[in-house]
Design a protein around this ligand. Structure first.
Ligand code: HEC
Length: 173
């Protein structure tokens, strides 16, 4: 029978060392460009990794009401799940309230987080434009950008989060 081993053997004769790969331990197939892209989601603090697209506070508000409100509250005050706004100035008190606005050091992390993990039941379902608009809206309800703000790969890294300078490096990058 003409098995893959036979084919490998014939190729070995034909191509010598090239066949090394064909004779490898069969650990799977090479991931395609599209498959790699689906996992290549990391957005760095400086915005490296942000995709093309854009979204406004107003668009984000509509989406938030449809898809996020039930778990996070109308204005991000928290409901079934995490509070997403407020808590400013509370970190050094006896009752710190850690939110995007009071705690997160980088605005770009918001894009990364939402793209990777939200909405909770259906991560990966939002378009890049939708994620930019939700990011804009969450920054808006935290008082960090105004209601006219439009986020994209150029603007988002320029947003300075209030708590950014209160972190120390555990080790230098
Ligand atoms: C079914 C409930 C649910 C829905 C709907 C939902 N979330 Fe969440 N969200 C969660 C839970 C649970 C967590 C905490 C996850 C964890 O800590 O692992 C969370 C955490 C977050 C956080 C991180 C908060 C922090 O400070 O750590 C953000 C940002 C966020 N959600 C945004 C959104 C956005 C934007 C939407 C709408 C597109 C959305 N969520 C819809 C349940 C939900």
């Amino acid at each position: 029978m003409f098995t893959s081993k036979t084919v490998g053997g014939l190729l070995a004769i034909a191509f010598g060392t090239l066949v090394h790969a064909a004779e490898s331990p069969n650990l799977g197939t090479l991931a395609s460009g599209a498959e790699v892209a689906a996992y290549d989601l990391t957005v760095m603090p400086d915005g490296t990794g942000l995709p093309v697209g854009s979204g406004s506070v107003a668009q984000g508000m509509r989406l938030y009401t449809e898809q996020c409100f039930a778990c996070h509250g109308a204005e991000g005050e928290g409901a079934l799940n995490d509070r997403l706004a407020g808590g400013h100035g509370s970190l050094a008190t006896r009752a710190p309230v850690k939110t995007i606005g009071s705690f997160w050091p980088y605005a770009t992390t918001l894009f990364d987080y939402i793209r990777r993990a939200m909405p909770y039941a259906e991560p990966g379902s939002l378009s890049n434009d939708e994620i930019y608009s939700l990011t804009a809206y969450l920054l808006y309800i935290n008082g960090i950008v105004d209601d006219e703000a439009v986020m994209d790969a150029r603007v988002l890294p320029e947003v300075v989060m209030p708590n950014r300078d209160n972190f120390v490096w555990a080790y230098k990058p």
